[in-house]
Each structure stands twice: as structure tokens, then as C-alpha cells.
Design a protein around this ligand. Sequence first.
Ligand code: PEP
Length: 262
Amino acid sequence: MVQRRKPIIAANWKMYKTPDEGKIFAEGFSLDAAIAQEVEVVICPPFTVIPAIGEVLKEKGIKWGAQNLYPAVEGAFTGEISPLMLKDLGCTYVIIGHSERRQIMGETDDFIRKKVIAAFTYDLLPIFCVGETLEQRKANQTEEVCSNQILQGLDGIKSEDIARMVIAYEPVWAIGTGVNASPEDAEKTIAFLRQLISEKWGKEAGEAVRIQYGGSVKPGNIKELMNCANIDGALVGGASLKVDSFYEIVRCAGEEAKKHGV
Ligand code: PEP
């Protein structure tokens, strides 16, 4: 049996849930030991929810992260949050380069790269998102678009750090639409990205880095996705907001991981 990377299932709660609602979720969500051994689970709530749920998650062996940071330790950056502040809240991960931030807030690859550097500087692990739009997909530009996002957004990052971080391949047309990429298509793109990373940062980093799929992941499609050799888990938006559906995704991912050996 080929040894696989430990899958990581991350919840992106986006701009949903108050601290009280987050607490109800955290109290109602538990991982049994067998699943926790097979799969790493991370919850990325809004900033205001983190202090309300950190302690509850800690007791349950669940990690948490933020959905954004500003690449400076402190200063006159109204409305922003620093990596040090996130570290102080016990975050392990931070989502960087999500397509909603690229598109709605106009974040560029260069700005995203600064955020990745800031994350590593303060010992946060990026969940670095890449993905093509529908137009780019139709024009056969998926690989080119995702390669550019990786090569520019991660330029200058050390191989050891690449090996520890997480990349999420999230086709923009699949996010929040109910239409997921087929496991074959997701696997093909993710295998291509892994190869790209091996070529640029070395085989060891390419084999170690965990690459998730994201885009309309649900209890009904996680199994097939997890069955793909290069897909190391999922970044889950909508289906992570309810305990039952998120638990089912985690449980299925754990079952698949057990079959494949991590
Ligand atoms: C996301 O926001 O990263 C995401 C994948 O959302 P959804 O699962 O709702 O498509």
C-alpha cells in the first residue's frame, strides 16, 4: 500500500455565524479518536467567533484558523488584522488568496505573496487558494492560471515551508454553485500542480505538500474525491455550516484515508 499524506478537511465559514452560533456548532461537533487519527480537521470562522470557540475546539482536538490577515504586525491599517493577533487567538492556519478576496477585494498575486510571507513569519500555516474562472476553463487555461497563481503567490517561499503548508485547488465556477469539478478533473489539475511544485521546490516538497480540492464539496461527493491519489482533503464552504453535513464529510474522508493508509 502506498503511504498517503494525512488529509485535511477545513471549514470556511466565510461571513456566517455569530459567536453564539459558532459555540453551538463547536459544542455539537465531535471527532471520535479513530477519525481524528486519519484526518486533520480545521475550522476557519469569522474573527469574532474565534475567541468564543477556541477552547471548545481545543478540547476536541480540532484546530482553527482565520480567513484572512494583513501583512504587517501592527499599524495604521484600519479594519485589518495582523498575523500576530491571529497567533494570539491560537490560530494554526490562515486562508490566503481565496477567490472571493481575489475577485471582490481585488487582491493581486503580489499582495497575496506578502500575506504568505507574513503568515510564515508568525508561524501560521497558509491554506493557499488557487483556481480558474469558468471563462478561463472554457479557454483551456486552467493549468496556466493556477501555475501563475502558485509561482507568483509563493515566489521566494522556502521548500521546507512549502512542504508544511496547504494548497486548495478551488475552481471559481464550483464555489457555492452546487456544481463540483469531477473527481477526474480535480485529480488531473491537482496532480499537475504537485508536479509543478516538485519541479520548482523539489520532489520532497512536492510529495509532502497537501493539496485540497474545494468547490461544492458535500457528503455525497467527498468519497470519490478522496479516492483520488493526489487529493488530500477539502476546503468546504456551505456544507461546513451545519454540524451534520460537516461531520459526514469528515467521517467519509476518514474512512477513505483509512483504506488508503496515511
Ligand atoms: C469555499 O468557500 O472555499 C468553498 C469551497 O465554498 P463551497 O463549499 O460552498 O463551494
